[in-house]
Design a protein around this ligand. Sequence first.
Ligand SMILES: CC(C)(COP(=O)(O)OP(=O)(O)OC[C@H]1O[C@@H](n2cnc3c(N)ncnc32)[C@H](O)[C@@H]1OP(=O)(O)O)[C@@H](O)C(=O)NCCC(=O)NCCS
Length: 192
Amino acid sequence: MRLESTNILDDIDNYGEEKVKEKLSTFSCPINPKIEDFFRNKAISFSRGKLSVTYIVSDLDDGQIVGCFALTHKAVLIPPEHFSKTALKKLERFARLDKASGQYMASAFLIAQFGKNYGVDNGKRITGSELMGIVNDILVDIQRRIGGGLIYLDCDDNEKLRKFYEDEHFKKFGHRYAIEEEQEYIQYLRFF
Ligand SMILES: CC(C)(COP(=O)(O)OP(=O)(O)OC[C@H]1O[C@@H](n2cnc3c(N)ncnc32)[C@H](O)[C@@H]1OP(=O)(O)O)[C@@H](O)C(=O)NCCC(=O)NCCS
């Protein structure tokens, strides 16, 4: 498998919105319908509006989408309890302690959406770890341009997903309830 990641804003410039829409309609994720709905129906408008920017990872051999993710940045409040002294020292490089609340305030890169295309035949699917490697390459490039050192994400409260992110060196530091979605998320952070 030869992989290529593209920013959909570049894809729209190069091939037009209709072609990108057509390509995104092949993204299938029955295991997480919210993610499927996002990439099929919202990714273009979110990217155009700069709310988050979607990247498509394709297999160059057959042009199929193997995975997608959306990146942006976000202000986060981080309670210190879950971090060791060494980790707090690292955190303090990128976060400021708000004395009133006792929490650290930081701006972090946010992996807003992340999923592989289950429409691809099983033997040709990307692994989650490979997809995260591509996110990492892009964030390292952005970090080099503008700085920053924290990656944040909200994880559905699901044991397998939690294990996946923990294996990818994300550290749980809290949870939040999203009123509009009526859903509880586990909050994860990684230094890089
Ligand atoms: C997260 C992800 C990229 C990890 O990829 P991976 O490491 O290659 O893992 P797999 O796809 O093999 O999934 C591992 C296990 O987690 C389960 N799983 C994955 N996403 C799940 C979800 N959203 N809800 C419930 N179970 C899920 C899979 O069914 C699989 O279970 P099994 O071991 O019993 O077969 C991939 O599972 C994925 O795209 N999931 C759907 C999208 C998603 O939920 N994204 C995260 C939102 S926080």
